[in-house]
Ligand binder design. Sequence first.
Ligand SMILES: Nc1nc2c(ncn2[C@@H]2O[C@H](COP(=O)(O)OP(=O)(O)O)[C@@H](O)[C@H]2O)c(=O)[nH]1
Ligand SMILES: [Mg+2]
Length: 696
Amino acid sequence: MKPYPPDRIHNVAVVGHGGTGKTSLVEALLFTARAIERLGRVDDGSTTTDFDPEEVRRRHTINASLAPLEWQERKVNLIDTPGYPDFIAEMVAPLRVCEGALVVVDAVAGVEVQTEKAWAYAEDGGTGRLVVVNRLDRENAVFGRTVERLQAKFGNRVVPLQLPIGAEAAFRGVVDLLHSRAYTWADGTMTAGEIPAEMAAEAEAARERLVEAAAESDDALLERYLETGTLDQEDLLRGLRQGVRTGRLAPVLCAAALRQIGIGPILDAVVALLPTPAEAEAVVGTRPGHQGEEVRRAVSPDAPLAALVFKTMADPYVGKLSYFRVYSGRFAGDAPVYNASRDRTERVGSLYYLRGKQQEAVGQIGAGDIGAVAKLAETATGDTLCAREAAILLPPIRFPKPAATLAIEPKTRADEDKLANALHRLAEEDPTVRVHRDTELKQTVLSGMGESHLEIIADRLRRKFGVEVTLAVPRVAYRETIRKKGGAQGRYVKQTGGRGQYGVCELEVEPLPRGSGFEFVDEIFGGAIPNQFIVSVEKGVRKALEEGVLAGYPVVDVRVRLTDGKYHPVDSSDIAFQIAGSMAFKDAATQAQLVLLEPIMNLAVRIPEELMGDIIGDLNAKRARITGMEPQGDGTTVVKGQVPQAEALRYASDLRSITAGRGTFDLAFSHYEEVPAHVAERVVAEAKKQKAAAGH
Ligand SMILES: Nc1nc2c(ncn2[C@@H]2O[C@H](COP(=O)(O)OP(=O)(O)O)[C@@H](O)[C@H]2O)c(=O)[nH]1
Ligand SMILES: [Mg+2]
């Protein structure tokens, strides 16, 4: 593909709820622009952008993928994105690097959860939007009702640019209100013509609304409109472009991607209305190491390089691929590049234009364009690549925090050896994955956006790294402590033939306030045990603390006083006193009423107001304490409270099923608290069972 200057490029993220036909639409757009020769179908796993084996198997998008095409002497870099909350990072990053978006909605379902999310991210990033009402050929598809729902959610800036001709199975074309033309399709062939007579009145009224909306996007235009009662074609177009660029307008288009209806006019609208990279005044970043010191760059291929990496992928053939958007200058394949986020100079491998899995090697990629580079060793998603002598840090991509956590266990010893490295590589690819090794509980915990996200990671470990793993609910870091005072003697005496063992000590234990940990007090008087063995007793006590007494969890918040003891000049040893100390502690603690402590988490859940009853009911069943409810003034409420970690291990899944994905939450450790007796019994029984199993 030939190079295009920044005023002839459109970077367009195709976003929306899952199943609305984004991937099918991208395929249809590619086909109509003759960028591909064969039209693939999602339903046979043959599309350009759902090429990954996981996507083919699941028949839906998981990864963002590139799909450039040429239309009217412009380059349109489409990015197909997934519509599922678990893979939201793959929508967030493309939106960040595109000036424009096609927000695809289903003609029957209308505004859905991910439509709202996509809209919010686009709004936040100032991304210009065109709405595509797709699947208009479906039964019960009513264009007018879908537009009303869009307006109810996003306001009157949502305004039809087209009207459908025919409905449901008879949907066959669109009226273009901008040019007052009609386009109809039969067997994939488009025919242009006059607006059908029976739609003339409807079309005129709709065009009037469009003109009004365009006028409102600009004060000068509005004045002219109020004076003359209309806008000429040039002003109308200018007003629409302006409205789209500022987000004050979101024109609506009609399509049935699967039947190839409405496709060409969508491309016409993209090049006519969505902003180009050249329309940005300048690229604004900061000087590395000088936060807040603004650096500006011209959007020009002749300025120094500034590019943002928005996706990293392990490619089976070329190794690691970093997808980037060039903001200024040009990315050249023959010179090293400076990673300003990591202060490293990287050698540059081959540069590519990508279309799905198809790679076209290129020598350089200029301002405004999108491409990929192979084998950058240290670069990760979100990093800025630039010219070393003109360093700049572009604003980062703000990914949502991971919400779901599961423990990941290698199936075999061989898998264990490879796991850490493989996980590290995957976390590098996906910024919403976190890996943490919990040495106390001897488990590796994996966090991501949801449980299916974690399952996909497990799949990738198998497929890309040959590592077999299982996923399980993580263990809870319980603690043990005592409720009252206690005391005991520990005697480790063996004196039958040869050199014996001799260690005797007396310990008193008492509870300390929550969070104090462990205190050891030496109250030996008159040298009843020599110093070196006092140290041994303490060591033995510490070992017992770590091993736990009740259920194998560490004992905390106790003071241990060593009050007395006996020793033997020949038979006493370090080990004998350690054992005596450990025995004494276990007995004393048992007398002192051992109890189990559990981690309590601070929880804040944000949900639509109408779901409050369900959320609170569920939290009550989880032994939570609700401490506050804060209406946010936007139809959502934040419920705050505390919940035992053991009850909230799968809260991401639970919340999603209660709210159909409309809730979000934050969970953070607060403190330890005593486990209620009936729950403690279960934990202790489980621990005994495990110990017994381990003993065999
Ligand atoms: N009836 C109908 N089905 C469609 C249309 N476009 C896509 N589909 C189907 O809708 C399903 C989801 O499509 P897909 O492109 O994967 O949606 P995505 O998840 O938004 O990418 C698939 O079964 C498609 O065949 C359409 O225009 N009409
Ligand atoms: Mg898709």
